[in-house]
Ligand binder design. Structure first.
Ligand code: NIG
Ligand code: FE
Length: 412
C-alpha cells in the first residue's frame, strides 16, 4: 500500500468526523476511517487513515478512541455584554403584561441601557465573562457580540470595547456588531429620526474608524425602528464598508427581511412573521435566516418562523442563542439547538448545521469556519457520544470532551 507522507502539528486519528460539509453526502457530512491533520491552526488535510505512516509523523498524534469530532460551534447572534438583569420584568410578563407594553413604559431594552451605562468597560467585561465562558464550555469557538445597550457614542463604543477585551483574553473568536439602532434612548425620546441621524453621522462612523465592528444591525420593529430608518443605517453601513444584518419580523411583519436582502445582508434574524416574499428575497440574496428559539420560548410567542418554506426554498438556516437579559437569558447554544428541533421542527442535523456551517455564513465566515474541511480553521470539538444527534438531544450534562481552538487543545 502507498503511504501518504504527512507533516503538521497534530494528527487526529480514530475519530468519526461529522464534517458538516455538504461535499460529503452522508448525514452530518460524516466521514469514517479518516484522520484530520492540523498545521498552523488550520485543517491541513483530511485523509484516509489506512494510508498514513504514523511512525513517520513528527507531530503530536491524538487518538480519539472512536469518538465524534465536529467543527467548533458558532453562536452567530448574541447580546452577551450587558449590565443588570430583567428578572423583575419577567415576573411582570408572567402575569400577562406584554413585552411591547413594558418597552413602551420605559422598561425593556432601556432598563438594560441604564444598567449598562453605569459600568465602565472593564466592569462590563468582567460581568459578561461568565456568560461567554458558559457558551465556550459547551463548545462555542466563535461568537458574535452586539452592542445596543449603550445608545450613546461613548457607551456603544464601551460595549464593543468590552467585547474586544473579552476576546483578547480567551481562546474564542469574537465577531462584533454595532446595534446602536436597538431602541430610542431617553435623550432622543419622541425623536427616533434624530437618533438615527446621530447613529448614521456619529456612532457608526466612529465604530468603523476604530475597527470595533464588522457588521451593523437594526431592530426593525414597531417598538424599534421603521424600514425607512433601517435603510438610513444600512446605507451608512455600506458607505463605511460594514456588513448588514437585521432583527426583523420578530413581533410583526414590516418586510425588514426583504430590506436586509436588498443590501445583500449577511442575515435576517428572528423572522417569526416572515412571509413568502421575504423567504424568496432571502433566497435570491443568499442571506442566512437566523432562528432564535430562545426568544420565541421566553416571550411565549406562538407564531412560528416559516421553517418548511425556508427549507423548501433552500435558504440556509442558522440557530443561535440571542443571549440577552430581556428575551433570551440562556447561555447555552445546545439549549437553542434543542429548542429549534422541538419548537420549530428542525432536524438535529439541520440544527447542528445551523450552529456551524450556516452560522459561519451568517458571520461572513463561510469559507473558513463551521466545517471540517481543508483550509478551515482548526476549531474542533471531540464529543463523547454515539451519534451526532446527542449534541442536540439531552441537556444538563455536557458530552464535550475536548475543545480545540486554532489547533490547540484547551484546558480550563
Ligand atoms: O433579540 N429584539 C430586540 N433585541 C433583543 C431583545 C433585547 C432586550 O429585550 O433586551 C432580541 O430579542
Ligand atoms: Fe437579538
Amino acid at each position: 500500500m502507498t503511504r501518504t507522507p504527512l507533516y503538521g502539528d497534530s494528527l487526529w486519528i480514530n475519530v468519526r468526523l461529522a464534517t458538516l460539509d455538504p461535499q460529503h453526502a452522508a448525514p452530518y457530512g460524516a466521514l469514517e476511517a479518516h484522520a484530520l491533520l492540523v498545521r498552523d491552526g488550520r485543517i491541513a488535510a483530511i485523509v484516509p487513515q489506512a494510508g498514513i505512516d504514523l511512525a513517520a509523523f513528527a507531530g503530536e498524534v491524538i487518538d480519539g478512541a472512536g469518538r465524534w469530532l465536529t467543527p467548533g460551534l458558532i453562536d452567530c447572534h448574541t447580546h452577551l455584554v450587558y449590565g443588570g438583569n430583567r428578572a423583575a420584568e419577567w415576573e411582570k410578563r408572567l402575569t400577562g403584561v406584554p413585552y411591547q407594553q413594558i418597552a413602551a413604559e420605559g422598561g425593556g431594552i432601556v432598563s438594560t441601557v441604564r444598567a449598562t451605562r453605569a459600568l465602565d468597560e472593564e466592569a462590563l467585561a468582567d460581568l459578561s465573562l461568565p456568560r461567554l465562558k458558559a457558551l465556550m464550555r459547551e463548545g462555542v469557538t466563535t461568537v458574535e457580540i452586539k452592542s445596543g445597550y449603550g445608545l450613546t457614542l461613548e457607551d456603544e463604543l464601551k460595549q464593543l470595547g468590552a467585547a474586544r477585551r473579552l476576546a483578547a483574553g480567551l481562546p474564542v473568536e469574537v465577531a462584533p456588531t454595532l446595534l446602536a439602532a436597538h431602541a430610542v434612548p431617553p435623550e432622543f425620546a419622541g425623536d427616533a429620526d434624530g437618533y438615527i441621524e446621530h447613529v448614521v453621522n456619529v456612532i457608526l462612523p466612529a465604530a468603523a474608524r476604530q475597527g470595533l465592528a464588522e457588521a451593523v444591525d437594526v431592530f426593525c420593529e414597531g417598538v424599534g425602528f421603521s424600514p425607512a430608518q433601517a435603510r438610513r443605517v444600512f446605507d451608512a453601513a455600506r458607505q463605511h464598508g460594514l456588513k448588514v444584518k437585521g432583527h426583523v419580523e420578530q413581533l410583526s411583519n414590516l418586510h425588514g427581511a426583504a430590506l436586509v436582502a436588498e443590501y445583500h445582508g449577511l442575515s435576517a434574524d428572528h423572522i417569526e412573521y416572515l412571509d413568502d416574499a421575504g423567504v424568496d428575497a432571502l433566497k435570491a440574496a443568499g442571506t442566512v435566516a437566523v432562528l432564535l428559539p430562545g426568544a420565541y420560548y421566553f416571550l411565549r410567542e406562538t407564531q412560528q418562523p416559516p421553517v418548511a418554506r425556508l427549507r423548501a426554498a433552500g435558504v440556509p438556516m442558522a440557530v443561535s442563542t440571542d443571549l440577552n437579559p430581556g428575551t433570551s437569558p440562556f447561555a447555552s447554544l445546545r439549549l437553542a439547538l434543542n429548542q429549534a428541533c422541538v419548537l420549530f421542527g428542525l432536524t438535529p442535523e439541520e440544527a447542528l448545521a445551523g450552529a456551524t456551517r450556516h452560522a459561519a455564513q451568517a458571520l461572513g465566515r463561510g469559507a473558513t469556519h463551521g466545517r471540517l474541511a481543508e483550509g478551515c480553521v482548526a476549531d474542533l470539538l471531540l464529543w463523547d457520544i454515539e451519534h451526532p444527534a446527542e449534541i442536540v438531544y439531552g441537556l444538563g450534562t455536557n458530552p464535550l470532551q475536548l475543545r480545540v481552538f486554532r489547533g490547540v487543545i484547551q484546558h480550563e
